[in-house]
Design a protein around this ligand. Structure first.
Ligand SMILES: [Zn+2]
Length: 282
């Protein structure tokens, strides 16, 4: 049975990572993975809902370290996006999820975006007296440099993110790959889905968690890293990033955190007989 991922957390030593649901998305499988046919999906019917659609989770994360309360991504926010009959996205639960985690927007001191697509940045604003404003009054906002600079090109799509970009403009701080976000968390450059796409490596002693962002959109890509998705900016680079990341995820004591997976966003990857497999944590 396919469902969106529930609110759930993991701990690594003194660090807690909590998934905050914001909503869901539905995709036709051959639209989301345009190199596949319905026959390719025959062995993966268990990954589809009763209508033969891919159900994807949409959400954000709170990382609580001894020194910081970090929000990673912000969900879609209270809106809907539809791409003809091939895709439908709905958000709006982020604040309730934050409340369920015992936090308010004022508790967040850092907001980091893996990338600036609507389902990751849309939830940063709210409307007060007819005006849009940023939801997290005490936060710094950070994104990897090339992800912000790509909007210098007027041809870049701003669909669904016009408000977010305008509000972030005076506040955004740019960070580089391999820089520390906070002492326990390193920014990883993981391009392909977008030029400036980033992941986060959380390390505590021997334990590691890798917050993947949108390197993978569905667990089927763990077995088929060559199945590129229709939102990958550079399909070849996205494929190489997936192959590299699978090697990292299969290392000991490593948890993967995959934003759009159904049922659970936390899991482990194993490699057996040349085949990678995803095992969700429940
Ligand atoms: Zn996404």
């Amino acid at each position: 049975m396919i469902a969106t991922a529930p609110q759930q957390h993991i701990t690594l030593g003194s660090i807690r990572v909590t998934y905050l649901p914001d909503g869901y998305a539905l995709f036709s499988p051959t639209f989301l993975f345009p190199t596949t046919t319905l026959a390719d999906w025959q062995p993966y019917q268990h990954l589809l809902n009763q209508d033969g659609q891919i159900l994807a989770s949409i959400g954000a994360y709170i990382i609580q370290t001894p020194g910081h309360t970090i929000l990673v991504d912000a969900g879609l926010g209270p809106s809907q996006l539809a791409l003809e009959r091939n895709a439908f996205l709905q958000g709006g639960e982020l604040l309730l999820s934050l409340q369920n985690a015992g936090l308010t927007p004022a508790d967040i001191d850092t907001v980091f975006f893996t990338h600036l697509h609507p389902d990751h940045v849309g939830g940063i604003s709210r409307q007060v007296d007819g005006e849009q404003g940023l939801l997290f009054p005490n936060a710094r906002f950070l994104v990897r440099r090339p992800e912000w600079l790509r909007f210098a090109n007027p041809a870049e799509s701003r669909l669904g993110i016009e408000d977010a970009l305008r509000l972030l403009e005076p506040r955004i701080e740019l960070i580089e790959g391999n820089e520390l976000l906070v002492p326990e968390i390193t920014v990883l450059a993981t391009p392909g889905h977008g030029t400036g796409h980033a992941s986060l490596l959380i390390s505590v002693g021997e334990q590691r968690a890798i917050l993947l962002g949108d390197i993978f959109h569905n667990n089927v890509q763990v077995e088929h890293p060559d199945w590129t998705n229709s939102f990958d900016h550079d399909p070849d680079l996205a494929k190489r990033t997936r192959q590299y990341m699978l090697q990292e995820l299969a290392k000991p004591a490593t948890i993967g955190i995959a934003s759009h997976f159904a049922n659970a966003v936390f899991g482990r990857v194993t490699l057996a007989q040349g085949k990678y497999q995803w095992h969700m944590l429940q």
